[in-house]
Design a protein around this ligand. Structure first.
Ligand SMILES: [Zn+2]
Length: 540
């Protein structure tokens, strides 16, 4: 196996991609190196910036240096790390045609010693009619099939590209079929325009359509993705490799990258970065430096922040805080926030593929956070935990006390003592659970376990989080075997929302739904009323 997984968080992973040149730790960003002219020498990229892998274009190399005998890509660009070569498909996308054929470009990449190489696929592009998109998918698959005998047994890692653009059914088909062929790496084509147009919700759909249909043990490369702002989102969805020339192209246009978006150098009064470039100069000096120098310094800064963000993403995977990073980055731009919202519709798929316990606190900032796998997992497990013994029991469903774990709070302990004293043996026929945002129902027995005891939520709750909590709470009771339920609510907004839903539910169901509303549900004065209500419910 050329790809080995070391750690995971959400669908993101830290892996080791073994190439014949050496091992690359993923997720990894590879700067695009122009074989003819470089703004930062590739040797410096490796030694100073820590770029273990770069990508260059075999088609441009063939056009410019193809006649040189014994041509070696590492020597040509003076770089000792891992070199991936693209095939010319990008030039095809931009210029409409290339003067090579699939077999020639495969042989050429083998000849120059590419460590990772791409077949000559047909990029889908953007805004193309469906027939054209279908053609790009079919033709790429046909070429992939024809490439197999040429690359069999090769020590280069070969990339099988996935096409289909925003036509998700075609992306799925493309991924399924190419995933069945023996490629070592896959790549998702044509997201560049989607990213340039800031359509991050479309990007989420495209990545998921590809990811869910490819073999999970192969790395996925996102072609042309190089803005640090979107690394955490794409990694969270399972992308492992990224490449882009943005660091240099943006520099040419006087644009200064940050993990929270792009700024124009001319608008900067301060440099909000601690990289070697920004530590050694001021915004004023940078603006006033001569054009070539300014462009070089900007390219270096852009590459520094790009590499730093990738390290931040890896650290987040290791410590289990990738979701928090995705949420933080979603504040960079409303379109990024749309991407995060789109992620909600994949909460089930993400939960199924996320590792379990990492022991980190679960932070709920807003409704967006409720798509976290910890929440989805709790709800799923609770659903599967209903037992036949419930039907003989009554349920006390109480607004969660303010203190975590709920079971250890003074408020709850006081009530517990009162119940033990007054209900006698009937207390065994009582299940106590809490309702709490965003999980819905939390049985007493689970309050001290992860993630319930380690969840922090921002108050006051937003409307959607309250609706979700009420929905989860009602559907739990509906699916459970409990025939008699006493709902204990206070007077907060969440209490009102839950109460309203239970009033509606009580009219539709055969179950006995009793509601006890108190100004202070956990106050000492309320205990007598709770005990009395429970005595009626349990017929004591
Ligand atoms: Zn900087």
């Amino acid at each position: 196996m050329s790809f080995e997984l070391r750690d995971r968080d959400l669908m993101g992973r830290i892996g080791r991609l073994k190439t014949r040149r050496g091992v690359v730790e993923t997720p990894a960003f590879m700067p695009v190196v122009n074989p003819v002219k470089q703004s930062i020498p590739p040797r410096r990229m490796l030694e100073e910036f820590g770029c273990e892998i770069v990508i260059t274009n075999s088609y441009i190399i063939m056009k410019n240096f193809g006649d040189e005998p014994g041509l070696d890509v590492h020597r040509l660009i003076d770089y000792d790390g891992v070199v991936m070569t693209d095939s010319g498909a990008y030039q095809l996308l931009v210029y409409g045609e290339v003067e090579t054929n699939p077999e020639e470009i495969i042989r050429f990449q083998q000849g120059i010693g590419s460590d990772i190489a791409v077949i000559l696929d047909i990029p889908t592009g953007w805004d193309e009619p469906r027939e054209r998109v279908e053609y790009t998918v079919q033709e790429t698959l046909r070429r992939a099939r024809e490439a197999l005998p040429l690359i069999e047994g090769d020590d280069t890692l070969w990339v099988g590209p996935v096409q289909g653009g925003a036509h998700l059914d075609l992306v799925e088909r493309s991924a399924r079929e190419i995933g069945a062929m023996p490629f070592q790496v896959h790549a998702l084509g044509s997201p560049t325009e989607v990213m340039e147009n800031y359509q991050f919700s479309v990007l989420v759909d495209m990545i998921m359509a590809a990811k869910l249909n490819l073999p999970p043990d192969r790395p996925l490369h996102l072609f042309g993705a190089g803005h640090p702002m979107m690394f955490s989102l794409a990694v969270a969805l399972g992308c492992d490799l990224f490449d882009s020339a943005a660091y240099a192209l943006y520099a040419k246009a006087g644009r200064y990258m940050t993990p929270l978006g792009t700024l124009k150098l001319k608008d900067l009064s301060h440099l909000p970065c601690g990289c070697p470039v920004c530590s050694g100069t001021s915004a004023q000096e940078l603006k006033e430096s001569i054009k070539g120098e300014r462009e070089r310094l900007l390219a270096e800064h852009n590459l520094w922040v790009t590499m730093a963000e990738m390290r931040r993403v890896k650290q987040a995977i290791t410590e289990g805080t990738l979701w928090d990073l995705v949420e933080a980055r979603s504040r960079a731009h409303p379109a990024m926030a749309s991407g995060l919202k789109r992620l909600q519709s994949y909460r089930k798929e993400i939960e199924e593929r996320s590792p379990g316990y990492k022991g980190r606190g679960v932070f709920i900032f807003s409704h967006d956070s409720t798509a976290r796998p910890e929440v989805t997992r709790h709800v799923r497990r609770l659903r599967g935990s209903h037992s036949p013994s419930e039907s003989g029991k009554a349920l006390l469903l109480a607004r969660a006390p303010s203190w975590r774990p709920f079971s250890k709070s003074d408020e709850f302990q006081g009530l517990k003592e009162a119940l033990d004293e007054s209900l006698g043996e009937a207390v065994d026929r009582l299940q106590i659970s809490f309702f709490s945002a965003p999980y819905g129902v939390v049985p007493l027995e689970l309050t001290e376990t992860y993630p319930l005891s380690q969840t922090e939520i921002a108050d006051p709750l937003d409307w959607e989080t309250m609706e979700l909590t009420a929905e989860l709470t009602v559907s739990y009771v509906e699916e459970s075997g409990f025939q008699e339920v006493l709902l204990l609510v206070g007077e907060g907004d969440l209490d009102y929302t839950v109460r309203e839903r239970f009033e509606e539910f009580g009219e539709e169901t055969e179950k006995g739904i009793h509601i006890l509303s108190a100004e202070g549900p956990w106050k000492k004065e309320t205990r007598g009323r709770i005990v009395a209500a429970l005595k009626r419910v349990l017929e004591v």
